[in-house]
Design a binder for this molecule. Sequence first.
Ligand SMILES: *Cc1c(COP(=O)(O)O)cnc(C)c1O
Length: 458
Amino acid sequence: MPLWKSASSEDPDVYASARAVEGLAKCKIPETGMTPEEAYNLVRDELYLDGNARQNLATFCTTWVEDEVHKLMADCIDKNMIDKDEYPQTAEIEARCVHIIAQLWNSPEAEETIGCSTTGSSEAAMLGGLALKWAWRERRKKESKTVDKPNIVCGPVQVCWHKFAKYFDVELRQVPLSEGALHMQPEQLREYVDENTICVVPTLGVTFTGVYEPVKDICAELDKIQAETGLDVPVHVDAASGGFVAPFLHPELLWDFRLDRIKSINASGHKFGLAPLGVGWIIWRDKRELPTDLVFNVDYLGGNMPTFALNFSRPGGQIVIQYYNFMRLGWLGYREIQNACAENAQYLAGKLGEMPELEILYDGKGALPCVCYRLKNPDKAHYTLYDLSERVRMSGWQIASYPLPEKMEDTVVQRIMVRHGVSHDAVEQLYLDIKKALNYLDKNNIKWSDAGPSFSHG
Ligand SMILES: *Cc1c(COP(=O)(O)O)cnc(C)c1O
């Protein structure tokens, strides 16, 4: 008996098989296939070169879930959420989530209002923007006014709003930042809103820094503008991350449907909603805010179900897990998880703040569980934050470094997201690695490093 099987044997070891020796096809579907075991191992091995998602502190998205979530996802692998007639209970679960989230965001008609799941906040932003564009156009047509120059007004928004503006032919008016003002300032609004403004979009949890934009003050300023000029500008809140943080950690903060001006809100289920990748939510304050013209009706249990979506087929598992999370964790469970993240973020901010090289811009208090900082003396340092990102990557950590938007583009910042599954000890280890890396960069003159921005706002 040979001690090992040769590549030509009937049942070769996966790594002694012909494919393991020849390599996988790269540009053409191979003539013949292979066993599932071979394919599984060889394809999985390709993924070793991806970063370790748990150490990716650039992303806002879920990277840790319970075993039961894996099981439930597997149970749902064949469910298409768009087939309301075939999978009525998945449709029912989606509807329950809509009403639960509407209630979480204080919709005055939470049990009746309309909303839906999406692939993420980006699709939700498209739907929210479209609804407001339609409503604006209807209003203008009734007054026999022009409808060819719609605009939206926002602060430092995520790229999805740039996409919305481009894809749907809307002008994006981004209020510029200034030193000491890392988000939209309400008093800036008057310069930017006019009769063609379909909505103002504040962000609850700015992707660049983690801070909340002052939604209440923005609404109050728009009230003032209306009293003075008659302009009635609606608000859509992009609460991609904050929508599942503020209700638990900052319940007193007024940012949601308690403010009349807010017509719709989006959030990412797969960020602090704690669902696996692939689900977002948009909710309208009440049914009247979604123009019926945009809604398509699909057959559902012999009746009709209204749908509003860019996609058609989409997996149902993420929606089912969103509901699982609500049931499994309850309000208190969410609060404990988000609070643990916030504590770990604040601890990290404290440690990084003690370092002479760094200046904290956001310390994890009052908004998202994350830390944002810049070099204290970037002109004197012979390295950049991009170099620091590269150094800590050697221990597996992925940290986003990028310039701030308009008017602050000379400021390069770094942001560390602390999510479900990032423990105190992980944060401590990261801190020690950052310290070691800064020490190394101080001692070694890396002047011409070609490290550049890593731009992850999702
Ligand atoms: C992440 C994010 C988005 C995009 O969300 P996806 O769910 O990744 O599509 C939009 N806006 C903000 C503020 C975000 O943080």
